[in-house]
Write a protein that binds this ligand. Structure first.
Ligand SMILES: C[S@@+](CC[C@H](N)C(=O)[O-])C[C@H]1O[C@@H](n2cnc3c(N)ncnc32)[C@H](O)[C@@H]1O
Length: 243
């Protein structure tokens, strides 16, 4: 029996199948399963905190990270901790293509990960949480860019991060902030997008940990032209000064 999916259904089916495994063979059941699976994926999106950075904001914030020529033309190691389909890599796309970055991206959801790996074939993509490879990531990167998942969720691969960074709460932005700093080598810089109140909620122990590694940091609010984002997101910039 042949199926009569439209191209869109097939494309969506392929993506959903990539995430949930093969769909049942009978076409009518396929359609129901597809709708259910898609609904499940939407729900999971919320759990995963899947909010891609708008591209104009990505250019603005990432541009600020490279406003001075601190990499001095050398090939730099770059980490995107939770890349989605790569919005924060987009401002660096030409440089990545030209081999100026040795870039690594983690993304726990196979769907944006698949899209990202098509858009940025020069980047090494891992369809898993970076916590899986924590020991290998520590102290390795010249540049870290991250718009991490925010808020708490027990389902999204942060248990190892919580164990490694006991001073952080279960709020994922805190855990990914610690990961970003931890992944830097001395002299490296990180840009982490955070909720505006995030830094004021860090414990003294967290601040002590940060200050033992970074002598400076800077906060850049979202610009006025970004509309509602102005009150919803800030960029934080960190330089790793000490081991
Ligand atoms: C706020 S979105 C930002 C995506 C991308 N960085 C961007 O700027 O467009 C957060 C991303 O983190 C992913 N994510 C959630 N938990 C994760 C984990 N434990 N490891 C890796 N990625 C994760 C989500 O699927 C989502 O794509």
């Amino acid at each position: 029996m042949t199926t009569t999916y439209t191209l869109t259904d097939e494309a969506l089916g392929g993506l959903v199948a990539a995430q949930f495994g093969p769909l049942p063979p009978e076409p009518a059941a396929n359609r129901v399963a597809l709708h259910q699976a898609y609904a499940l994926w939407r729900d999971r999106n919320v759990q995963l905190s899947q909010y891609p950075t708008p591209l104009d904001l990505a250019h603005y914030f990432v541009g600020e990270l490279f406003a001075t020529d601190w990499l001095a033309g050398r090939t730099a190691t770059l980490l995107e901790t939770s890349a989605g389909s790569g919005a924060l890599l987009e401002p660096l796309a030409a440089a990545i293509r030209e081999g100026m970055f040795d870039a690594t991206a983690y993304e726990i959801d196979p769907i944006p990960c698949l899209v990202g790996s098509r858009l940025f074939p020069q980047v090494t993509w891992y369809n898993r949480s970076p916590e899986t490879d924590l020991a290998a990531l520590q102290g390795r990167f010249d540049v870290v860019v991250s718009n991490p998942p925010w808020r708490r969720s027990v389902f999204t691969g942060v248990g190892e991060l919580k164990a490694a960074y006991e001073f952080a709460t279960w709020d994922r932005e805190q855990l990914f902030l610690a990961l970003a700093i931890d992944a830097l080598r001395v002299g490296g810089r990180a840009m982490v997008l955070l909720p505006p109140n995030c830094l004021s909620q860090l414990t003294q122990e967290f601040w002590d940990w940060l200050q033992a590694r970074c002598s400076t940091y800077r906060v850049l609010p979202a610009p006025e032209w970004s509309g509602r984002w102005q009150n919803e997101i800030v960029a934080t910039y960190w330089e790793r000064s000490y081991d």
